[in-house]
Design a protein around this ligand. Sequence first.
Ligand SMILES: *Cc1c(COP(=O)(O)O)cnc(C)c1O
Length: 355
Amino acid sequence: MEKLEHPPKIKIRTSLIKENVRKILNRFNIETVGITKGVCADLKIAKAMIESGINILGDARIRNLIKYKRNFVVDLMMIRIPMKSETDKVIKYTDYSLNSEISIMKELSKEAEKQNKTHKTIIMIDLGDRREGIMPENLIPFLQKTIDLPNLEIKGIGTNLGSFSGVLPTQKNTQKLVELKNKTEKELKTKLPIISGGSTINLKLLEENKLPEQINQLRIGEGILLGTAGTQNRKIPYLNQNTIEIEAEIIEHNKKPSKPKGKTGKDAFGKKQKFKDKGKIERAIVAIGKQDTSPNNLKPKDPKIQILGASSDHTILDITKTNKNYKIGDKITFKPSYSDMLRAFTSPYIRKEYH
Ligand SMILES: *Cc1c(COP(=O)(O)O)cnc(C)c1O
């Protein structure tokens, strides 16, 4: 097939991603698992993480981890609690998994015996976000049923905050995890050496010296990849934000009224749209749409450009206020949020360009 080199494209600056890893590793004394689900386990980005000091790569999809197993020698962590139907692959291709179901752990144990391997697991605790994890008071009975499962090593406990309900980590709720570990170790006369305390949002607590020091592992994706913490609406000041950008090309440039004309129904995605009457405005259409990313959230690098909306393949911009004289064929650069980035990497229509 002919090589297609046209936009839209994702521009990836791997050296800045490496710098983000080094900044986190040098600044904090905590084991950092590099999480790559936001970039569809892009091999060059994963390699950049490893080259800058990451020793464990984590991803939510087993196919991504299988790809890593074929390319890298680092430890691999399955960060979505495993499906029953993939336990054999989890054992075969990964070193660690996060778990919250006894029946799945029994399956993992059986598979590990079959494959003559030992697999390490971290038990997830729900500290309030109400995504995965057992309730703290259930940890001891849970461990009593799983601790002796053959070929499984329970290495510690962990939690995930911020992702589903947006509950933020605090000194108080993370301290709960430490207390739970201490109490459980004492009561069951066991050791839980790892406390995997969370993700990018926990960096804030670390910076403020409020993350209990027994929490010795974080699983970081967004901070490394974009230098941001979306849930906290935060640019992490010591990290690079211009790591990953999206570029699209102008295919129409026209002066048209800002208001649609005619009786309006729902748009192509079932939503009723509203438009302010700003008279005639300068509009540009760029060739990128909902098949490529979530265009409504993108941030144009030229702050005078405003995104009016998007359909599957078109994104409509108001460029009235810009000083630049945009022409057909010009490229517009956008900064993606985490979800824009995730969708862009998932789209087969966007080309990746490494710098
Ligand atoms: C996605 C995910 C992470 C990483 O989150 P970031 O906000 O990208 O740092 C960590 N742990 C689990 C379980 C996840 O699903």
